[in-house]
Design a protein around this ligand. Structure first.
Ligand code: B12
Length: 149
């Protein structure tokens, strides 16, 4: 099986690095090729890296509360670059007192394939990638996350 390449980074002016460091380690240990763009990554940098590395998925992190602004137009940029791949976003995405369900829906409407909250364990993202990228595992592993419809 060819290793799958995932682009990982913290979008916008956000400088919170601990979350993506942990995700990078967990994804690498699980066999993914991780291109870690680090903190304060622009939309264009995500798009360019996904193109350059022929990426299988893009994982966006945002902790500081400006995820919605920072991601506006992101999926249009991906489409303009002819990139059709799963996009995940995670971290601290809620604005004010928003319900999580509402927050998740908002980011799904923006085009993200999956939306994760700040309680997310790296294994959840790994399980989701295995489903979305059709990476075969045992049936038991597959049951831990629902297929995206
Ligand atoms: C440490 C910290 C800082 C440090 C960051 C140091 C560094 N270089 O990383 C410093 C002091 C610099 C900082 C600054 C600021 N911070 Co700060 N910070 C934190 C704090 C205390 C911990 C973050 C952390 O490292 N957590 C540990 C890691 C392991 O967890 P994590 O980041 O949540 O990541 C996990 C999950 O979220 C998830 N995940 C994250 N991304 C993704 C992506 C995908 C695709 C998936 C699947 C999962 C996933 O998986 C990760 C691993 O389990 C949090 C509060 C908190 N307890 O979360 C506030 C917090 C994130 N900060 C906050 C704020 C407001 C700021 C500042 C704006 C403060 C200011 N006014 O200056 C600045 C922003 C500066 C900037 N440009 O980014 C707020 C954000 C509020 C919001 N989102 O609504 C928080 C929540 C504190 C609060 N309660 O108010 N901060």
């Amino acid at each position: 099986m060819m290793p799958r390449t995932v682009i990982l980074g913290v979008i916008g002016s956000d400088a919170h690095v601990v979350g993506i460091t942990i995700l990078d380690q967990a994804l690498s240990a699980a066999g993914f090729d991780v291109v870690n763009l680090g903190v304060q990554t622009s939309q264009a940098e995500f798009v360019d890296a996904a193109t350059a590395h022929d990426a299988d998925a893009v994982l966006v992190s945002s902790l500081y509360g400006h995820a919605e602004q920072d991601c506006r137009g992101f999926h249009e940029q991906l489409a303009a670059a002819d990139l059709d791949l799963p996009t995940y976003i995670g971290g601290n995405l809620a604005v004010g007192q928003d319900e999580w369900t509402e927050t998740r829906r908002r980011f799904e409407r923006m085009g993200f394939t999956r939306v994760f909250d700040s309680e997310t364990e790296p294994q959840e993202a790994i399980d989701a990638l295995r489903v979305d990228l059709d990476i075969s595992t045992t049936e038991t592993d597959r049951e831990s996350v629902p297929a995206y419809t």
